[in-house]
Design a protein. Structure first.
Length: 422
């Protein structure tokens, strides 16, 4: 029978900041969203102060000053690289691994002896900490849903101390009673609100609920959830993640943009980033959609519009995708508006190895592929945006750039920001 382990990085963004700044250990720390808007990661010290996930930072100004909370802007380059390092360590413990999110991975540990599982979890936890500096918790069970519950309890229980083996059904009733229905994997806030109306407030009550009723209200996923809570695995390890259906690149602007030049720079940058993602995934796109929007908190002047264009042939070529995005932008731009966000969607994705060419293709595809490979190689070796497009702007200060006034250095991804030992 399959046994799953989920490895969950504790307060991941905060932990990444602490790895390179040990003085933050034991101190209250917050990591903010784009444009330094809301709290997206909080240390345990901050959670005890009552600052909730997603809380706007400007509303917490007095609390931040009173308790000396350390505030950081999001540093996604650092977090992504640290996540990769954690996964690399985990792959040494099991090749049957599924990267579920930037801070969570599932492992198949069926081969670990039952009497050795807890020790295995502690070894795994210690090894990740030793080689990456990131603290993790480990939950083990016979289904993914139960393993998620196990890791949640492992974080909260002093007795578990970060590792909990929930494979024995004798412990399920108590574990499920301690788990609010809101915290069950796959139960969103809308379903949680609905379930509570019918007296289903925790995971045990959901497991024991009438199957027909749950299927009627939540569909087949609801009955699978019941089975998972009963220890019947419905979600195997995803060793070969399915191909992406779309790629989106969008950002809220640090300052409102009114002119065409600013929007062209932003859309160029997003389109180039989207094309780079396509090449990394060995995919092509057939459709490019561009969108722009003003401040949604000002409904009297709110404006949102999109434009979709079909490419001559499916491609990951940056100039083609940028050209389509800019052509779409020109059609939907409304003068004299204060734009707060723009972005692009790439859809009709397919494998780059299976592109249907056109008879009178104006683009030399082989030459284009070599050029993009060279571009990516240089930017990988020399740093992001070493080579970029002129229409993305040449000034280092651009109003559409997001605000990251408290960002830490890119400790692991930029040569000029490597930590120095004195």
């Amino acid at each position: 029978m399959t046994v799953f382990a989920i490895v969950d990085c504790n307060n991941f963004y905060v932990s990444c900041e602490r790895v390179f700044n040990p003085a933050l250990n034991g101190k209250p720390v917050i990591v903010l969203s784009n444009n330094d808007g809301c709290a997206v990661a909080r240390s345990n010290e901050v959670k005890k102060l009552g600052i909730g996930m997603g809380s706007p930072v400007f509303k917490q100004k007095d609390t931040i000053e009173k308790h000396g909370i350390h505030v950081f802007s999001s540093n996604y380059a650092l977090y992504g690289d640290m996540s990769r390092r954690v996964v690399q360590v985990l792959s040494e413990f099991s090749q049957d691994l599924e990267v579920y999110s930037i801070d969570e991975s599932f492992l198949d540990i069926s081969r670990v002896r039952p009497d050795r599982r807890t020790a295995f979890g502690r070894t795994l936890m210690a090894t990740v900490k030793k080689f990456t500096g990131i603290p993790v918790s480990v939950g083990m069970a016979r289904t993914k849903t139960l393993s998620k519950i196990a890791v949640r309890l492992a974080k909260k229980s002093a007795k578990a101390d970060g590792v909990l083996d929930l494979t024995d059904p004798r412990h399920h009733d108590r574990a499920l009673e301690l788990t609010p229905v809101d915290d069950v994997w796959g139960v969103g806030w809308r379903y949680a609100k609905f379930l509570k109306v019918y007296g289903i407030a925790n995971a045990r009550q959901l497991r024991d609920a009438d199957r027909t009723f749950i299927r009627k209200k939540m569909g087949v996923n609801g009955t699978r959830l019941i089975d998972e809570l009963k220890g019947v695995s419905c979600y195997p390890l995803d060793r070969n993640p399915s191909q992406k259906k779309n790629i989106t690149v969008s950002r809220s602007f640090g300052h409102a943009v009114t002119n065409l030049d600013g929007l062209r720079e932003a859309v160029t940058s997003y389109a180039a980033r989207g094309a780079e993602k396509l090449r990394r995934e060995k995919l092509t796109a057939g459709l490019v959609t561009v969108f722009i929007m003003t401040d949604r908190f000002k409904p009297e002047s709110f404006y949102y519009n999109t434009k979709t264009l079909r490419l001559a042939a499916p491609t990951s070529n940056s100039p083609e995708i940028i050209g389509a995005a800019l052509a779409g932008l020109a059609e939907i731009l409304r003068p004299d508006s204060l734009y707060k966000k723009a972005g692009i969607y790439l859809t009709e994705l397919g494998p780059a190895s299976m592109v249907q060419t056109v008879l009178f293709d104006p683009v030399d595809r082989e030459r284009s592929a070599r050029l993009m490979a060279s571009l990516d190689a240089i930017n990988t070796a020399m740093g992001k945006n070493t080579l970029t497009y002129a229409s993305a702007g040449l000034s280092p200060s651009r109003p559409w750039h997001g605000m990251f006034n408290h960002r830490s250095p890119a400790w692991t991804t930029r040569w000029d920001q490597l930590p120095r030992v004195k």
